[in-house]
Design a protein around this ligand. Structure first.
Ligand SMILES: C[S@@+](CC[C@H](N)C(=O)[O-])C[C@H]1O[C@@H](n2cnc3c(N)ncnc32)[C@H](O)[C@@H]1O
Length: 298
């Protein structure tokens, strides 16, 4: 793996910067093609810096931004420098940009990166008409010291970018490829209104579809690392398919018992890894049991 660090250019909700910071050892060091079907800010992609990658997301703004940086990073950088000045000079610039509709993909990409950096908490939310509707945040840094669009563009030359549902990408994985899957965290629940937003975005049926697609990929010999919520429903889903998993603490500090319980809110699901990356996993079933379960599900 190259030693120079690349910082993701998007701050993304559910981003995995903490994961690469604390748990990089859970990722395999050798694999063929790298496949990331829920790209978002791409923390793991930028950490591993694979030469050959297939990256996808269902959000068109995300894929447009990566395609634009790949195609003409200088234009994106220039546009951000311009926007930095405008943002500091005009208090209303954020809302003017938020309300703007532009068809040009390069302009759309620069606008999206600008809004991501200056909106409230880096949240991504659109209204029913698909218009970005997050209020302005407190951060005013449009151009960042950590930006290295040239290195990002160079890395993206080896990546195919797809606006697609995750299943198509997982199904493309060949033996020896690595799939890193970081879906939105949806858990099984009763229909009690307040999670409706999540349901629309990524339903429990999508979670099941993902687990089954990952099961098929595992059975083809694909290496798998997938993060999720450490929730009983998610554990039961992956246990039923015979996956290995372990709970993860987002923060490494150990404190009082109630807060240390809350630390283990995440889960990593793995398959077909070399021994180092698999250390400390909880194996829930034997391989033959797992195959039988997976066959039964088909
Ligand atoms: C938790 S985020 C990924 C964060 C990323 N790992 C990072 O470090 O920034 C999940 C991503 O999945 C995307 N997504 C949601 N539903 C999807 C689907 N059905 N297929 C592909 N991507 C989807 C969202 O647009 C979002 O970018």
């Amino acid at each position: 793996m190259p030693t120079n660090k690349i910082t993701p250019f998007l701050k993304w909700p559910g981003g995995k910067r903490w994961f690469v910071h604390n748990y990089a050892s859970l990722l395999p060091t050798t694999f063929n093609r790298y496949i990331e079907p829920f790209l978002g800010g791409g923390s793991v992609f930028f950490h591993l810096r694979p030469k050959d990658a297939l990256l996808g997301d269902a959000n068109p703004d995300v894929i447009t931004a990566y395609m634009a940086v790949k195609r003409d990073w200088k234009r994106i950088e220039r546009s951000l420098v311009y926007r930095q000045r405008a943002h500091l000079l005009d208090d209303d610039y954020y809302y003017k940009q938020r309300g703007k509709v532009t068809e040009d993909p390069m302009d759309r990409a620069a606008r999206m990166i600008y809004l991501n950096r200056t909106c409230f908490n880096g949240i991504y939310r659109v209204n029913l008409q698909g218009q970005f509707n997050v209020p302005r945040g407190t951060k005013n840094e449009v151009v960042m010291d950590s930006d290295d669009f040239e290195a990002i563009a160079e890395l993206l030359q080896g990546a195919e970018l797809r606006l697609a549902d995750f299943e198509a990408l997982v199904d493309e994985a060949q033996p020896g490829d690595l799939v890193f899957a970081d879906p939105p965290y949806t858990v099984r629940h009763n229909l009690n209104g307040f999670v409706k937003y999540n349901e629309v975005l990524f339903s429990w049926a999508d979670q099941e579809r993902l687990a089954i697609a990952l099961g098929r990929a595992r059975d083809r010999g694909v290496k798998i690392v997938s993060t999720n919520a450490n929730h009983a429903s998610v554990r039961a889903l992956y246990e039923g398919l015979g996956f290995e998993m372990r709970p993860l603490a987002r923060f490494s500090s150990i404190s009082a018992s109630s807060s240390s319980r809350r630390q283990f809110e995440e889960l990593v699901v793995q398959a077909n890894l070399d021994s180092g990356a698999a250390d400390g996993l909880v194996t829930t079933r034997t391989t033959s049991e797992s195959r039988a379960t997976s066959r039964a599900r088909k």
